[in-house]
Write a protein that binds this ligand. Structure first.
Ligand code: BV8
Ligand code: ZN
Length: 241
């Protein structure tokens, strides 16, 4: 089993996707039985869908809130939290997952690139997003300030990423040039951009690039190393001292 052989010079940027939470019991998106087999993206994960049928969109995200609350971080999440404790500020985790499991495993330097299941915000005014774990079926929430609909704090298809997140990733990669940059993607199919382009950005800073995934990824050609298999088994050994 390979090991990243991280040392005092290493800077590690980790990108995770749904495959990392699969062994906690959460469905991925694009596999057989994945979420996109049962729901059309255009019906539940676009701003147009929310305009058209907010109750359907809230049911989808309420079900996922309940599912995420009912499961626990697995050995893959824990290994990622552990390596952060060793590297400190030379570590950054970028997750496409919205399930909150990395934070529950102890990760602190986390960019939730596609938002969070447990945060909501107004769909119109610029009041701050707020923590929210309620389940909505028919009575949909409204903003106290402007009475517009409250929406999940999720980056839907066709929406831009949060500028502060992009800035944080860019700053980390710039700082990493001072040492030995390493990029690791885990449990992600490499289908969704801009996240799938991060490996190219990391390569441009000179990073060695690793992929851990159950199957070859769409952007697999950009990685120096591919370890095929399950994250919960591989990550503790790959990231271990
Ligand atoms: C934007 C919401 C610009 C969160 C999600 C071409 C045509 C049309 C559009 C585009 C295009 N090229 C680029 C785009 C843009 C589009 C895009 O990428 N489309 C793709 C599909 C072509 N991107 C966007 O729209 C983005 N925004 O570009 O904005 C802009 C600029 C200015 C102004 C306006 C706009 C926004 C993207 C955000 C998408 N949000 N969902 C939610 O509800 O959860 S996407 C969804 O996909 C999830 O967030 C998810 O995290 C993400 C990525 O999927 P993965 O995590 O990789 O999951 P997947 O199921 O695919 O793969 C899991 C892998 O794990 C599998 O390979 C499997 O084998 C493996 N696995 C399984 N078990 C295990 C395992 N591996 C290891 N261990 C295991 N146990
Ligand atoms: Zn409002």
């Amino acid at each position: 089993m390979p090991n990243l052989a991280l040392d005092g010079e290493s800077w590690l940027l980790v990108l995770t996707g749904a495959g990392v939470s699969a062994e906690s019991g959460l469905p991925t998106f694009r596999d057989a039985n994945g979420l996109w087999e049962r729901h059309r993206v255009e019906d539940v994960a676009t701003p147009e869908a929310f305009e058209r049928d907010p109750a359907l969109v809230w049911r989808f995200y309420s079900q996922r809130r309940a599912a995420a609350e009912g499961c626990r971080p697995n050995a893959g999440h824990l290994a990622i939290a552990e390596v952060e404790r060793r590297l400190g500020d030379r570590f950054l985790l970028v997750t496409q997952n919205v399930d909150g499991l990395h934070a529950r495993a102890g990760s602190r330097r986390v960019v939730e690139l596609h938002g969070s299941l447990f945060t909501s915000r107004c769909s119109r005014c610029d009041r701050d997003p707020f923590p929210d774990d309620r389940l909505y079926e028919r009575d949909l929430p409204e903003c106290d300030a402007c009475h517009a609909r409250i929406r999940p704090h999720i980056v839907w298809f066709g929406e831009p990423l949060f500028p502060a997140d992009i800035h944080r990733i860019d700053s980390f990669l710039r700082a990493a040039r001072a040492g030995r940059p390493v990029f690791l993607a885990a449990g992600t199919s490499g289908n969704v951009y801009p996240a799938a382009g991060l490996v190219h950005q990391a390569r441009a800073t000179g990073a060695e690039t690793w992929l851990v995934n159950a199957e070859p990824a769409e952007n697999g050609a950009a990685f120096d190393h591919f370890v095929q298999g399950r994250g919960a088994g591989i990550l503790p050994r790959l990231l271990g001292p």
